[in-house]
Design a protein around this ligand. Structure first.
Ligand SMILES: [Zn+2]
Length: 339
């Protein structure tokens, strides 16, 4: 089969597109003929070092993806359009048993610990392939598996965002942050967004952002207070870290919730404990999500409540060009690989 795969670690020269062995389906698995994947930051991390992620080279790239079931134990599923939950879990540990497979210590993620989705075929447990509505495109469906799933868990499972509340989404140019904007708006929240790009703020407004803040992290809290009549926001969705984490804490209303899923500019900002206990702030860490959350997200797509925008589409042999665009930071929406 054709696939985009890593032969080493470094720049785009370690990304090859060519033949890899077609995976063989085991009992309990489905063989999916892939139609689309999308590019995520972690693909660049895998390309550049993959440090701390156990994997063997050569390895097929791509974490999220969508396609059509080609082989399955349950023959009624053959031909079904599906999107993939990217984590393969043990199913036996205490976390898997209590319905939190995302906490499974043995989780093996497509494109990180095992061959990924930028390939003509993927084999994985049948429960990892979730049916999608007929009117949802493969690229859009692929986009749900990482960015949208991560944002869903942050907003609804962790922060329990309610309609009528106000959320601050930091760095709206990022994939998870943009997904959080769309989902929070669809949930009926008021959403403030930050970005250092006037163009990205303008685009965010076309997707429903109520206000944009173009300011250094240190100046974000003042802008938030101005936009909320001095109250602060109920929820902050944060993945930048460093000075933005401090800004997030200062932007919250008393009892407010902040959820982090990343630390791009620093993972050890001041704890600001006095502020945390006096104002009774709640902090959550989050990463990815569970299959049940992905199913709920697909349900929202079926109801037409959200649809991920695709910035650009590339054929499989142009994966390096898609990576270059992600690195440029110019995209708005997902970069899709069509297979
Ligand atoms: Zn487990």
């Amino acid at each position: 089969m054709r696939a985009a795969y890593l032969t080493g670690h470094g720049g785009n020269e370690v990304v090859s597109v060519g033949e890899r062995p077609t995976p063989t389906r085991a009992a309990g698995e489905v063989l999916v003929r892939m139609k689309a994947a999308t590019v995520n930051r972690v693909d660049l991390y895998m390309r550049d070092s993959g440090a701390g992620i156990t994997h063997n080279l050569p390895q097929v790239l791509g974490v999220d993806g969508a396609g059509v079931i080609e082989e399955a134990d349950d023959t009624s599923r053959i031909g079904q359009r599906v999107t993939l939950y990217p984590g393969v879990v043990c199913g036996k540990c205490e976390f898997c048993q209590r319905g939190e497979p995302v906490l499974c210590a043995k989780m093996s993620i497509l494109g990180e610990h095992r061959d990924g989705t930028m390939a003509e075929f993927v084999c994985l447990p049948a429960d990892n392939a979730l049916p999608i509505p007929d009117d949802l495109g493969f690229a859009e469906a692929a986009a749900l598996g990482v960015n949208y799933l991560t944002a869903w868990r942050m907003l609804f499972t962790k922060a329990r965002l309610q309609a009528g509340e106000t959320a601050l989404v930091c760095g709206v140019g990022g994939g998870v942050s943009f997904a959080a904007l769309q989902l929070a708006k669809a949930a009926g929240a008021r959403v403030l967004v930050t970005s250092r790009s006037a163009e990205k703020l303008a685009r965010a407004k076309t997707f429903g952002a109520d206000a944009g803040i173009d300011a250094a992290p240190e100046r974000v809290p003042a802008a938030v207070m101005e936009l909320t009549n001095g109250r602060g926001v109920d929820v902050v969705i944060e993945n930048i870290g460093g000075a933005m984490w401090s800004a997030a804490l200062k932007s919250l209303v008393r009892g407010g919730r902040v959820v982090t899923c990343g630390a791009t500019i620093g993972d050890n900002p001041p704890a600001d404990l006095k502020r945390v206990f006096i104002r009774q702030l709640q902090m959550f860490g989050s990463t990815l999500g569970n299959p049940a959350e992905l199913a709920a997200l697909i349900g929202w797509c079926a109801q037409g409540r959200i649809r991920p925008p695709i910035d650009a589409r590339y054929p499989l042999d142009q994966v390096p060009a898609a990576f270059a665009r992600l690195e440029s930071g110019e995209q708005f929406g997902k970069l899709a690989i069509e297979i």
